[in-house]
Design a protein around this ligand. Structure first.
Ligand SMILES: NC(=O)C1=CN([C@@H]2O[C@H](COP(=O)(O)OP(=O)(O)OC[C@H]3O[C@@H](n4cnc5c(N)ncnc54)[C@H](O)[C@@H]3O)[C@@H](O)[C@H]2O)[C@@H](O)CC1
Ligand SMILES: Nc1ncnc2c1ncn2[C@@H]1O[C@H](COP(=O)(O)OP(=O)(O)O)[C@@H](O)[C@H]1O
Ligand SMILES: [K+]
Length: 500
């Protein structure tokens, strides 16, 4: 459960369960404040610190942190949105224990301080910031002062990462027990700065009843499910992935995906190319194999070889009838399919046909495991799920989850904050990668890496999450200046980090 991300509601349940089991809420608040105070000391040098306190427990944390900083001899001033008398519960207790002066938020001038600690709103943010709170946030953002956010930058939704009204641009954020989706989803992620997770004495056991369904895509989520080559294994144990190539003038994307599938750990990889492209492809492949495959009838013959267990369709393929026929043939044969790029676009006028084939294929698999993995970027997503894309107020998590449930597929909704969602409601958010991934062909490589994990028998959700994370790690390992071709070569480094 180390990978779990908790919605604000789930975090509230974790707090309540801990309190019900005997830990007073004020003790949790004091521990949270101790972590905030330690971070504040680190970030402020010896300079004066402003603490902004809101009307709820986030404000309570600010009061308790102010008390700790003050008793450590630091120059602190506290600015409140609501006077002490207006606070309730643990926040009122914390405010009562703070013996320094409290000023109104309207008198807060960020230029007077080395650090601003933002305790206006956290998990309880319920509506857009306005009035004094919004004005104070805007003043802090406009000033060259460091900001430390308590739990979440005020104005960021912990559930969705959305900015409600305006939001604090933090240099650092201290959150408690587990991160929230809003720490990883954009734009929230960009508002958080460096995130630390403080242990405030909530036991991991509370997660058994909360049963979170949102995770960070990373080794803690998938490591137990990844296959590593067995000592006495042979290549067929690691699966045989097939990548479909487009016509002669459009073979690069398939070759990128095929190389990535091989480097990603598939035992064998074959490119299926139309006759017109065979020579072009042959001239550029070595360990990757090549076969001709011109039409759906020929594909069905080839599908008789059940060692071919995973297919990648879309990169450079063309978005016409042939893409639809091939995808239906693969799913009809019960094989797993990574559908990307043109393969997705091909179904824009009849998405139901794809979803029906995916549903049928999943029903034939052990445990109803999804056979289809869709890897759209936002534009491709919109083609397949136009109504979802047009609906107001859906977060990227909501979009991917709703799409996965509808399609009976694992949906990988790409971008800086790629979300991977399964039809059963699980979702993962990826935080690996760099902006250098925004370059042509990196999506083709991702399709190949995901296919490699599927080929080895990893379940579809974990395979997709692992592939996305590895792809990002490969980009980090290469560093600035990468192009798509560089990514597969970095995978050995990523595996070395994973497998030791
Ligand atoms: N015992 C606990 O439950 C613990 C809670 N902790 C802190 O408590 C926070 C959550 O506390 P709360 O649930 O009280 O929530 P918040 O303190 O985030 O805010 C809730 C309050 O703000 C008001 N509000 C919401 N949006 C507003 C807006 N846009 N403008 C004006 N007012 C608005 C609400 O009516 C409510 O009074 C966490 O973020 C964390 O910092 C920590 O102290 C750890 C322990
Ligand atoms: N700013 C960014 N930060 C991190 N990753 C990114 C960023 N922009 C794009 N990516 C990733 O790069 C890849 C691009 O894929 P895609 O849009 O399909 O490109 P192409 O079709 O050119 O291969 C995806 O994995 C996406 O998540
Ligand atoms: K905050």
């Amino acid at each position: 459960m180390d990978a779990a991300l908790l919605t604000p509601e789930e975090m509230g349940a974790a707090d309540r369960a801990t309190i019900a089991a005997g830990t007073p809420g004020i003790l949790l608040m004091e521990r949270a404040a101790a972590a905030v105070a330690a971070a504040a000391m680190r970030l402020s040098g010896d300079g004066p610190i402003a603490l902004l306190a809101g009307p709820g427990n986030n404000g309570g944390d600010a009061y308790a942190a102010a008390a700790l900083l003050k008793s450590a001899g630091r120059a602190v001033r506290l600015f409140h949105l609501v006077a002490k008398e207006g606070l309730a519960g643990d926040a009122a207790i914390a405010a009562g224990a703070y013996d320094g002066p409290a000023e109104t938020l309207s008198s807060f001038r960020p230029g007077d301080f080395a650090l601003v600690v933002d305790g206006l709103f956290g998990a309880g943010l319920a509506r857009p910031l306005e009035g004094e709170a919004a004005a104070a946030v805007d003043r802090a953002n406009a000033a060259p002062v460091k900001v430390l956010a308590i739990d979440l930058p005020s104005g960021i939704s912990g559930a969705t990462g959305a900015v409600l009204g305006t939001a604090v641009k933090a240099d650092a954020t201290v959150t408690f027990f587990r991160r929230k989706p809003g720490h990883l989803l954009e734009p929230g992620r960009s508002y958080c700065g460096e995130i630390t997770v403080a242990d405030i004495g909530i036991s991991d056991d509370v997660l058994d009843t909360i049963a979170p369904t949102t995770f960070e895509a990373g080794p803690a989520l998938f490591q137990g499910r990844l296959k590593v080559p067995a000592d006495a294994g042979h290549k067929y144990d690691r699966g045989h992935a097939v990548v479909f190539s487009g016509p002669a003038h459009q073979t690069g994307a398939a070759r990128l995906a095929a190389t990535a599938a091989l480097r990603g750990g598939a035992g064998l990889v074959t490119v299926f190319a139309p006759a017109s492209a065979v020579l072009v492809v042959a001239a550029q492949l070595t360990a990757v194999m090549l076969r001709r495959c011109d039409d759906a009838a020929e594909l069905r013959e080839r599908l008789a070889d059940d060692r071919l267990n995973v297919f990648v369709l879309g990169p450079g393929f063309g978005a016409g009838d042939k893409a639809r026929d091939f995808a239906q043939a693969v799913l009809g044969a019960g094989r797993r399919l990574v559908l990307d790029a043109d393969g997705i676009t091909a179904f824009k006028d009849e998405p139901q046909a794809l979803f029906a084939a995916a549903g049928e294929a999943a029903r034939g698999r052990p445990g109803g495991e999804p056979a289809l993995v869709l890897t759209p970027h936002a534009g491709e997503f919109k083609r397949l799920f136009p109504d979802l894309a047009a609906e107001d107020g859906l977060s990227k998590l909501d979009l991917a989850r709703r799409a996965a449930a509808r399609a009976g597929a694992v949906v990988v909704l790409k971008g800086r904050d790629t979300v991977i969602a399964a039809p059963d409601g699980r979702a993962a958010i990826n935080a690996s990668g760099t902006a250098w991934l925004a370059t042509a062909g990196t999506g083709d490589v991702l399709a190949g890496i995901v296919a490699a994990q599927l080929a080895q028998g990893t379940p579809s959700f974990e395979a997709a999450a692992a592939g996305v994370w590895m792809h990002g790690k490969a980009a980090e390992a290469f560093g600035p200046g990468l192009i798509a071709e560089d990514l597969p070569q970095m995978l050995p480094k990523v595996f070395a980090g994973l497998c030791g």
